[in-house]
Design a protein around this ligand. Structure first.
Ligand code: BEZ
Length: 216
């Protein structure tokens, strides 16, 4: 596939997410509207496409689970508000699912470009499947990019928000596939003395000095 080599501006984890102010299906939205809440900002390549429809119905199904953990959903594609409205109505008619989260109509591609959602190897004119998890202070905490061909797992995005919230609240890490209630990982010991203390402490379950877990 022919495409010109242009540098894609990428946001970075643990830095402020790019500011935006954009038209959506629920009026103009800005990043600052989400202050005090977690935000999952996600792009899809195009309205009226099958994989995107499966993702939207899954996001809608899990929206109450996101809201229960103080997390809002915000979609985006390079389509108009009219197209979004027509697609949302079509999803309700054909799949019986109401889409209640706003969707950015990013016809100028300003938001998509600032979040590095346009990957010319996929398309110059549509966004890849990008997902950004932004904390209540507007700091980007996680991001994932998928190609057009692979639909995302919405439960995995929900799980990642829960894992980030737990890590930030308790100063810990979470292992592969972690779910709330599972043990968490204690960050590596910073000294030989601390490593020794952990190995002999009831607070931690250590397999070895570098691999200690605990309950939170
Ligand atoms: C889809 O969501 O099914 C899709 C999106 C863009 C290109 C092809 C398929």
């Amino acid at each position: 596939m022919e495409h010109t080599e242009t540098a894609v501006q990428m946001p970075r984890i643990n830095e402020r997410a790019p500011e935006f102010e954009a038209p959506t299906t629920q009026g103009v939205k800005k990043l600052s509207d989400y202050e005090g809440k977690w935000l999952v900002l996600f792009s899809h390549p195009a309205d009226f496409t099958p994989v995107c429809t499966t993702e939207f119905t899954a996001f809608a199904k899990h929206q109450p689970d996101f809201e229960a953990i103080n997390c809002e959903l915000l979609g985006l594609s390079i389509d108009s508000v009219h197209s979004h409205v027509a697609w949302v109505r079509n999803i309700k008619e054909n799949f019986g699912v109401e889409i209640n989260f706003p969707i950015i109509a990013d016809l100028s591609m300003q938001v998509a470009r600032s979040f590095g959602m346009i990957h010319p190897g996929e398309s110059d004119t549509s966004a890849v499947r990008a997902t950004f998890i932004i904390d209540p202070q507007g700091v980007l905490r996680a991001m994932v990019y998928y190609p057009k061909s692979s639909g995302r797992s919405i439960p995995e995005i929900l799980r990642t928000v829960k894992a980030l919230q737990t890590s930030m609240e308790h100063g810990v890490a979470t292992p592969e596939g972690w779910q709330p209630g599972d043990k968490v990982i204690v960050p590596p010991a910073e000294s030989a003395e601390e490593a020794e203390r952990r190995m002999n402490s009831d607070e931690f379950e250590c397999v070895d000095w570098y691999f200690c877990q605990k309950n939170v």
